[in-house]
Write a protein that binds this ligand. Sequence first.
Ligand code: 6GU
Length: 233
Amino acid sequence: MRIDIVTIFPEFFSVLDVSLLGKARQNGLIDLAVHDLRDYTYDRHRTVDDTPYGGGAGMVMRPEPWGDALDSILYASEAQHAAPPVIIFPSPAGELFSQSMARELAVERQLVFGCGRYEGIDQRVVDYASTRATVRLVSLGDYVLNGGEVATMAMIEAIGRLIPGVVGNPESLVEESHSDGLLEYPSYTKPAEWRGFEVPPVLLSGNHGAIAAWRHEQQLERTRRVRPDLLAE
Ligand code: 6GU
C-alpha cells in the first residue's frame, strides 16, 4: 500500500520508522511518504493559515498550499496510470473511525491523509479533492485533538496491521477486540498463581470446548458491562 501524509509537522511521523509498521516499510509492504505543506507556500513566511471569513475565533488553513500539495500527489498517481487514491481528512466533524472502516481502507492501493491544524481547512479543499478522488472526513471519537496528526497515526496503525504480511501471525487478528463485534476475553500466562491471584481453572483444564465457551461468556459479560452499545448493534 502507498500512503501519503500532508502535514505542517512532518517530524511527528518519525515514529512510523519503528515497530511493526517500520518493519512493514522496510519489507516494502507499506510505501509511506510525508509531505510538508509549507513546501507548497510561496511567501517569505511560508503562511498556511488566515482569519475566517464571517469572523470567529482561531485560524483556518488557506486552500492554495493544500491544492498544490494534493495536485502533486494525484499527478504522481496518474502518471503511473493508477486508480485514484482515497483521501482522508481527519476531523472531529467526520464519520466515526471503526474496525470495519479500517478493514475497508486496508484493501486500497493508496491512501492520502490531509492533516489539518487550527480550526480546520478551507472547505473548498475538500470540495476540490472530491472532484478528483474519493474523500472521507474521519473522526476518532467524540473529543477534540489539536490537529489531524495523532489521529492519522492511529488510523495508519489500525489499517496497516490488517495488510497481509504486516502482522506476523494472522491468527492474532481473528480473536481480538472488535473482530467479531465483541470485546476481547481476558488473557493469562504463567505463573498459574501470582500474588494470590489465580488463573481461572478452566484455562488449565485442557478442555478446549469448555475454554471456548468460557471465553465467549467473558466477551459477552465484558461487552454488556462496558460497551452495551456494541450489543445493541
Ligand atoms: Cl480525526 N481530528 C481532530 N482534530 N480531533 C479529533 C479527531 C480528529 N478525532 C477525534 N478528535
